[in-house]
Design a protein. Structure first.
Length: 211
């Protein structure tokens, strides 16, 4: 009986831990929602973010998220961003980690304690490459026939990124390349080497719509 009760308590504790919020919405403009346990949950300011949430923003919509480690993630319009894995106990004990996926669209972020304390445990996955950091302020955008240059021409598809402060490592099947302060890049596909850009694409620097 005691063994059964112990298992029940452990199960309840695990369930509670898994449902604990990992962050909150600071700002939500327009159509912002989370795909959570098979349901669509509308998100407003101060709404909780849970592990496994897939955040979606519509046209002319955006969201800003603050995670428990202090990281700020600004999610751009027409974006899907997922919180795959996250752990932060509030202190540096080696267990802190963060893994995220940019499915489509773009975001910019200032990393928090995880990026500063255990950057090797931080990763952003995209269809074209994985991003690792060295304590950073950076942004990413996936272009899929939806990014345009100032002259109106369509930008080449792929992953674009830029670093404001710190360094990021861009890794895919073609290898790894590191980019630092005020450096910009483009990755055409998962098996093509990241290429440096002389200047940032205009769409990478766009202000968030609705603000």
């Amino acid at each position: 009986m005691r063994h059964a009760l112990s298992l029940l308590v452990l199960s309840l504790l695990a369930t509670a831990a898994s449902a604990a919020p990992i962050g909150r919405i600071l700002v939500a403009v327009g159509d912002v929602s989370a795909q959570r346990n098979g349901k669509t949950v509308p998100l407003k300011a101060r709404a909780e973010i849970e592990l496994g949430d897939l955040i979606k923003t519509g046209p002319a919509s955006n969201a800003q998220v603050r995670l428990t480690d202090g990281a700020i993630i600004a999610i751009k319009p027409i974006t899907e961003f997922k919180f795959d894995d996250y752990q932060f106990s509030g202190k540096q004990d080696g267990t802190e980690k963060g893994a995220f996926s940019l499915v489509k669209g773009g975001f910019r972020t200032i990393t928090g304690a995880i990026g500063k304390q255990n950057p090797q445990n931080y990763k952003v996955s995209t269809p074209m490459a994985n991003i690792g950091i060295r304590g950073t302020f950076y942004n990413l955008a996936i272009c899929d026939s939806a990014c345009f240059n100032p002259d109106g021409s369509k930008a080449e598809d792929g992953l674009y990124g830029g670093v404001t402060d710190g360094k990021i490592a861009v890794t895919n099947q073609a290898g790894e390349k590191t980019f630092g302060n005020e450096e910009f890049f483009h990755v055409a596909s998962a098996n093509e080497t990241p290429q440096s850009l002389i200047a940032p694409p205009a769409f990478l620097q766009d202000k968030l719509e609705g603000q």
